[in-house]
Design a protein around this ligand. Structure first.
Ligand code: SME
Length: 148
């Protein structure tokens, strides 16, 4: 899938979606169109925790509430920076969700400089994410920010 086409399509999804389905529709699109995105979800910041919102994947995760600072997700929430983990088995911070996961990207969603949520994507492929995914997903995060 081409990143520019996907960005344009997500813009359309956002403008056409009912607000209650918007995040679900966007995450569903990412999961369906990028074969290497094996699980895709949005965590919403609530107090000192990230709470799982819409997601799409073969399995549900047990990590539906992650404290800031815990796991890759909690770390990205603490620093405000995108995290790319090329090999989850060699990262001590990693909170395992699925045995098949090999790599992960977490992108903070910021509204007026404040973190309001995150896009979290797992891949069953080692080293699946690079700066193209980061730039693309950071644009999607900016588009979603006003809807969280
Ligand atoms: N692996 C994440 C937890 C969320 S699951 O990937 C869906 C982490 O280390 O924070």
């Amino acid at each position: 899938m081409d990143y520019d086409i996907a960005e344009q399509k997500i813009k359309e999804i956002i403008s056409e979606s009912d607000s209650s389905r918007l995040l679900q529709n966007c995450i569903g699109y990412l999961y369906e169109k990028f074969a290497k995105y094996s699980w895709a979800g949005i965590y919403i910041m609530k107090g000192n925790n990230l709470v799982l919102g819409p997601w799409k994947g073969k399995q549900a995760t047990e990590h539906t509430k992650i404290p800031i600072g815990k796991g890759i997700c909690g770390h990205a929430a603490k620093t405000g920076r995108t995290e790319i983990v090329s090999d989850v088995s060699s990262d001590d911070r990693y909170l395992a969700c699925f045995v098949s996961t090999r790599s992960e990207i977490v992108v903070p969603i910021k509204k007026n400089g404040k973190i309001v949520g995150e896009i979290d994507i797992d891949s069953d492929i080692p080293n699946a994410f690079d700066s193209k995914d980061a730039v693309f997903l950071e644009k999607i995060a900016d588009m979603l920010a006003k809807h969280i």
